[in-house]
Design a protein around this ligand. Structure first.
Ligand SMILES: *Cc1c(COP(=O)(O)O)cnc(C)c1O
Length: 432
């Protein structure tokens, strides 16, 4: 040591540190979109200088950086006003500020056959914390949860971390990614506590019909709760309109998870919710409600001034803003669908009708030097500066998840580069 001060510490024998890593944590590395995208981008070197090709991000689900997805001015005013009022500098109550809970209950009740109350709503730090909380609430040794495949891996990561088992039921690509109900019945057992459904879907871009959601009676027969991830609620641009799972809350109790992240395009504002859609009071009787409250007592809360802004944010945002977002998504989903049709090694089973994503199948047999989906994505990033999520990150090997929620010109550019990549790596056509 230059200054001599550290000499003693450097020479004295130090006992081994008592820390040992938590293996449950270390084993989660492959189970997150962020982690997998990090690996995809690891070998990518960005172009520099004039005429440099920009990176095209088709891997993630945060379009907020693109001007065409800028949030509503009313939402910004709501937050700025809440901050300036000086009334939201304190800790909020654990369940969240009452006016915010009330306005969310009214907002969601518009689409339901019954009225929610403020007490049905618990505010969370984005939908991600809602998932974290529900996972902890449902966890007990031996219990399992049913997840859709393909799905949103964050659920599996949280379940695994809570020591729960994950079981999978299939979504059927050729039937608009509907739940395979027979398969669902086959995998459920007496230790199954809940099933997860993501609608509109990430990663599939599906929107479920009223009739399909009515199959909630299966959950009732199996004695399992429904966790409905509706973080993409109302982001639909096809024939099918969004129907909330809570419509069937009296058939099987539903925990609806949502947030302002996607519809208002402000994932950085970190405001989400857990809502109990349960006209029969099952969640009270089974102590789900008590468990949620206990968890909230020991967890951190969403920022108070964002909670304080919610009544104005919901009340003042104009239809015009929502319509504009939907218009851009409709346009980019069309671009995606048309351009993908022209790429020979990729097939897209159904046109996305909601959310920001589409799942496409890789035909490795027509590519000559690509090992699998991960290899495909790493080399695509390296050669074309186009970032796409490999299917393994959503539990679907050798497929890709592409997001179309970016500026149209950038999407076209990215898909053109995807096409030239596929052409370059295609097997030569057999000569007859
Ligand atoms: C983005 C996303 C979330 C997380 O939402 P936040 O509000 O940003 O935490 C949860 N579920 C799905 C399916 C998502 O795509």
């Amino acid at each position: 040591m230059e200054n001599g001060a550290g000499n003693g510490a450097a020479t004295a024998t130090v006992a081994a540190w008592n820390f040992a890593p938590n293996d449950a944590l270390l084993s989660l590395t492959g189970l997150s979109v962020r982690g997998v995208l990090g690996r995809v981008k690891a070998g990518m070197v960005e172009d520099a200088g004039a005429g440099a090709r920009p990176v095209v991000p088709l891997g993630h689900g945060d379009p907020s950086a693109f001007p065409c997805f800028r949030t509503a001015p009313e939402a910004v005013d709501a937050v700025a006003g809440a901050l300036r009022s000086g009334e939201h500098n304190s800790y909020a109550s654990c369940v969240g500020l009452e006016p915010a809970r009330r306005s969310i209950s009214q907002y969601l009740s518009r689409d339901l056959p019954y009225e929610l109350s403020a007490d049905d709503v618990y505010l969370t730090s984005g939908c991600a914390q809602a998932i974290e909380i529900i996972s902890s609430v449902l966890a007990r040794p031996g219990a399992n949860i049913l997840f859709p495949r393909p799905g949103y891996l964050f659920y599996e990561a949280r379940a695994a971390f809570n020591g729960m088992e994950a079981q999978y039921f299939d979504l059927v690509p050729d039937r608009g990614w509907e739940v395979d109900i027979d398969n669902l019945r086959a995998v459920a057992d007496k230790n199954t506590v809940a099933m997860v459904i993501v609608n509109p879907g990430n990663p599939c871009g599906n929107v479920y019909t009223y009739e399909h959601l009515a199959k909630a009676e299966t959950a009732r027969e199996l004695g399992i709760f429904v966790i409905a991830d509706e973080v993409y609620a109302h982001l639909t641009f096809g024939e099918r309109k969004f129907v909330p799972m809570g419509v069937f809350g009296s058939v099987a109790p539903v925990l609806t998870l949502g947030s302002i992240s996607k519809r208002w395009v402000v994932p950085g504002w970190r405001l989400g919710w857990i809502v109990t859609n349960d006209p029969n009071g099952v969640f009270q009787k089974t102590k789900v409600v008590e468990s949620i409250k206990s968890y909230l007592d020991i967890s951190s809360d969403p920022v108070t001034f964002v909670q304080g802004a919610i009544p104005q944010l919901i009340g003042n945002t104009k239809e015009e803003f929502f319509n504009k977002t939907i218009e851009v998504l409709r346009q980019t989903a069309d671009i995606c669908w048309e351009k993908l049709k022209g790429i020979s090694c990729i097939t897209c089973p159904s046109k996305p009708e909601g959310s920001m994503f589409v799942m496409v199948k890789l035909d490795l047999s027509c590519l000559q030097d690509i090992k699998d989906d991960m290899d495909f994505c790493c080399r695509l990033a390296k050669e074309e500066l186009v970032v796409v999520l490999p299917g393994c990150a959503v539990g679907y090997k050798n497929w890709l998840r592409i997001t179309f929620a970016i500026a149209p010109y950038s999407l076209e550019d990215g898909l053109d580069r995807l096409k030239s990549f596929c052409l370059r790596h295609s097997k030569p056509k057999e000569v007859i």
